[in-house]
Design a protein around this ligand. Structure first.
Ligand SMILES: C[S@@+](CC[C@H](N)C(=O)[O-])C[C@H]1O[C@@H](n2cnc3c(N)ncnc32)[C@H](O)[C@@H]1O
Ligand code: SF4
Ligand code: SF4
Length: 288
């Protein structure tokens, strides 16, 4: 069973760094180096595999934006969306990716609860058949994730499932998974615990969070996000679709990604220029 660094430790570290100008500048410098290396690596990989730099390395498919919860630190709590991405759009996107011999990863979640979608196994199965070597994961709140569904997801080819406990109460299914799964099966899980006091993203200023974070003044986007309504957004924080790059229902996903205006937004953010409202308000550029 894998756990990410505990919230308490992250909070303590964050608070120590934020109080010192020296540690803050060191942290920002380190993060810039980290982001530059990540982009360089992805550009190299993209050139080698597709002949051009800057191809996305993760495709996130939000098959539904309906959710079982309304977490206070999630913009979904301000909406009541119940979109289900039509099967033909999922097929269209997978076909476009296959045609270009896409070599990156897949994530079957964004906003919403993926386990509410009874086509989830079918979509993952299909993706695994088309992309035998791809890394496939998803994030879930675990409300509906029974040991049986967990095993079925593994069987159709998912590599990893991130399970978040929202708040202090451990949902019944989390307990059942911990009790019933084998040690080997639990290796496929990343457990996360979140509450109002965790180090959170303010989702481009759309939610109020208690944590103060150090602005890195750099943003590197390399995930293609297909929303449940078929649109493509620049970033996972953009629940309301302020920066919509295109529509996967009618446009080829590579054409959307490489529209000059979309390339320009990504380049500006990578160079520390945040022009759009949500980016100006984002924890990456502002610490309130
Ligand atoms: C938006 S959720 C959607 C999937 C599922 N409903 C869930 O809660 O896991 C995707 C991921 O975002 C994380 N998350 C939710 N709110 C967050 C916030 N304000 N800041 C950072 N991460 C957040 C969750 O822990 C989860 O791993
Ligand atoms: S964080 Fe996940 S569980 Fe909570 S409201 Fe958002 S999508 Fe739903
Ligand atoms: S700066 Fe903009 S694109 Fe980057 S993470 Fe923040 S909201 Fe998203």
């Amino acid at each position: 069973m894998r756990h990410v660094l505990s919230n308490t430790i992250r909070q303590k570290l964050n608070n120590i760094v934020i109080k010192s100008k020296f540690l803050t500048s060191l942290y920002v410098k380190y993060m810039h180096g980290f982001v530059h290396r990540k982009k360089k690596k992805n550009d190299y990989f993209s050139r080698g595999n597709y002949g051009v730099p800057d191809v996305f390395d993760i495709v996130a498919i939000e098959t539904t934006d309906e959710c079982t919860r309304r977490c206070s630190y999630c913009p979904l709590s301000q909406g009541n969306t119940r979109n289900y991405l039509p099967e033909e759009v999922v097929m269209k996107v997978l076909t476009e990716l296959k045609f270009k011999k896409y070599k990156g990863a897949f994530c079957f979640s964004n906003y919403g609860e993926p386990c509410l979608d009874n086509r989830l196994l079918l979509f993952i199965n299909l993706t695994r058949m088309l992309f035998p070597d791809a890394f496939i994961n998803m994030s879930t709140n675990g409300d509906l994730l029974t040991p049986e569904l967990f095993r079925a997801l593994i069987k159709v080819g998912i590599n990893e499932i991130d399970i978040t406990q929202h708040g202090a109460v451990e949902p019944t299914n989390h307990r059942k998974l911990k009790e019933e799964l084998t040690k080997e099966e639990k290796k496929k899980i990343i457990w996360v615990k979140l509450d109002e006091n965790s180090i959170l993203s303010n989702r481009g200023g759309t939610v109020k969070v208690n944590s103060k974070r150090i602005p890195k003044k750099i943003c590197y986007q390399s995930t293609l996000i297909i929303r449940a309504n078929g649109t493509v957004t620049l970033c996972c924080h953009d629940y309301f679709g302020e920066i919509t790059l295109g529509d996967a229902k009618t446009e080829n996903v590579f054409d959307i990604w490489f529209k000059p205006e979309n390339v320009q937004i990504r380049e500006e953010l990578y160079n520390g220029i945040a022009k759009k409202y949500i980016c100006k308000k984002c924890y990456l550029f502002q610490n309130e």
